[in-house]
Design a protein around this ligand. Structure first.
Ligand code: ATP
Length: 480
């Protein structure tokens, strides 16, 4: 018997209406959000046709996949330990070692489950690194770079230990163009800071070097605080100006003339500069230089990042000796560039040592200006003298030496630095009297240092200083 579909639907209608009615009641009595969700699911299952439900669930999953962020495409850069390089020492494994050294400064030991500590051989630094299988994240300019340590199989010729750098593909240029060069530059700078400084002295046409351990720093240097700060600022500016010097086509060098009485700290300032910049020192003794070609060779074989020091420059090239030369040559006027063309007139009684070997100030200045501008970078030249007034005007001309620094007698601020250096004190009952005496007499920091060294007891040492200053003042009064 055929069934009328409309009557079947009519028969089903009361049960559908009943279900709706039941759910309406249940919804009105549901107390919690969870209860609403359970009810909604049940209603959908019972009240919605199967096909409609399937379509709704398909649409929901499609929406989910569209809205959910897709995992970014990743890139991995593999940096392998150079074949044959030892795992025990730093510095022989090229980029691999550089990265390892860099990561040692970035590892947070508190977040790593396992850590590897290596190095320490023959005084070498100990280095923290990841164990193979571990990884860490380094953030550079706001971008996360992940490093993983991957073990090699230990057999020569087969895959070697590596460090793997992973990053989002969109940061590939940054990784290769900025991040890796930044790592290399950071490690180079750290090595530069850690290296032992050397001081070289000329022997014939060669330099002989030894390690340089002068303890002077800008902190221990007793001098006017404003002047000290201006020297530090000038050095800092010099270091930052590589591009500027290139652009204006000038040699990247800086010249300082230090002058003042003996024992005021000129040599100490040179040592403080070397320690501050971590530059090697080249102490040029012009009396040992036999002629301009040797001078040229010595200057040419200096390394970058170095300070050339010529002490007591007044003993090498004096204005007085030039005047003698000019008088003997019967010339009213001569400029410093004529010196080389008249070597015979330098043959005066007791000429400066350099002139005995035909070394001329113009030769020195020309080499420094000319040769250094084409070879080498980051050079500093320091001339020292106790007698600025005796110097050849060619050296004092504006633009020759960038900064003239007067190292004077011991003032109050300089004394406080010395007291801090020797006894770690900032105040003492004798200080007011010492301050008053220092304003009345001229004593050098070297003399005061010597008094402070006379006793290990602070009171006794300061009494020595007081006595010394009082005697100086008395002598001054008697001399009037
Ligand atoms: N300004 C200073 N600050 C700290 N210590 C100083 C200072 N001046 C001198 N001294 C002490 O005196 C010693 C000699 O000083 P230094 O050789 O630096 O003086 P100088 O001006 O170079 O002397 P010279 O002109 O005789 O070469 C130093 O080793 C240091 O102990």
């Amino acid at each position: 018997m055929a069934t009328d579909p409309s009557s079947a639907a009519a028969a089903a209608l009361p049960s559908y209406a009943k279900a709706v009615d039941a759910y309406r009641k249940a919804v009105s009595t549901a107390a919690t959000a969870t209860a609403y969700v359970v009810l909604a699911r049940g209603m959908a299952r019972e009240l919605l046709p199967h096909d409609l439900r399937a379509a709704a669930s398909w649409a929901a999953s499609l929406l989910r996949t569209r809205l959910e962020p897709r995992p970014a495409e990743r890139r991995t850069l593999v940096i392998k330990r150079a074949p044959g390089s030892s795992s025990r020492h730093d510095g022989d494994g090229g980029l691999f070692d550089e990265v390892r050294q860099y990561l040692a400064t970035r590892i947070d030991p508190h977040t790593m489950r396992r850590l590897c500590l290596s190095g320490g051989f023959s005084g070498a630094k100990k280095v923290l690194s990841m164990e193979p299988g571990d990884s860490m994240t380094d953030v550079f300019e706001g971008v996360a770079f992940t490093w993983a340590s991957v073990a090699g199989d230990g057999r020569p010729g087969l895959s070697s230990e590596s460090l793997e750098l992973s990053f989002d593909a969109e940061h590939t240029d940054m990784a290769l163009g900025s991040y890796v060069p930044f790592i290399t530059a950071s490690v180079e700078e750290a090595r530069h800071q850690d290296r032992a400084l050397r001081i070289y002295m000329n022997e014939g046409s060669h330099w002989q070097g030894i390690n340089h351990h002068h303890p002077a720093t800008f902190d221990t240097l007793a001098m006017d605080p404003d002047l000290k700060q201006s020297v530090i600022t000038d050095l800092d500016r010099f270091l930052k100006r590589r591009d500027y010097y290139r652009r204006i086509g000038k040699a990247w060098k800086r010249g300082y003339l230090l002058y003042g009485p003996p024992g005021t700290g000129k040599s100490s300032l040179v040592a403080a500069m070397a320690n501050y910049l971590r530059f090697n020192l080249y102490d040029l003794d012009l009396s040992e230089v036999r002629g301009n070609p040797v001078l040229q060779r010595l200057l040419n074989t200096m390394t970058n990042r170095a300070i050339l020091v010529i002490e007591d420059i007044d003993c090498c090239f004096t204005a007085a000796s030039r005047e003698v030369a000019k008088d003997q040559a019967g010339e009213a006027v001569a400029d410093e560039f004529e010196e080389e063309s008249m070597p015979d007139v330098w043959d005066t009684p007791q000429p400066p040592l350099s002139q005995q070997h035909n070394i001329t100030l113009s030769g020195l200045l020309n080499f420094i200006d000319g040769l250094w501008s084409t070879s080498g970078e980051e050079r500093i030249i320091v001339f020292t003298t106790n007698y600025k007034e005796r110097l050849d005007p060619a050296l004092l001309r504006p633009g020759r030496m960038d900064m003239h620094i007067y190292m004077g007698y011991c003032g109050w601020e300089a004394f406080k630095t010395l007291a801090r250096n020797y006894f770690l004190i900032d105040d003492h009952p004798t200080f007011p009297e010492i301050q008053e005496l220092l304003s009345a007499v001229e004593v050098t920091p070297a003399e005061v240092s010597e008094m402070l060294l006379r006793s290990e007891d602070v009171d006794a040492a300061l009494q020595c200083v007081l006595k010394f200053l009082a005697e100086k003042k008395q002598a001054l009064g008697e001399g009037k």
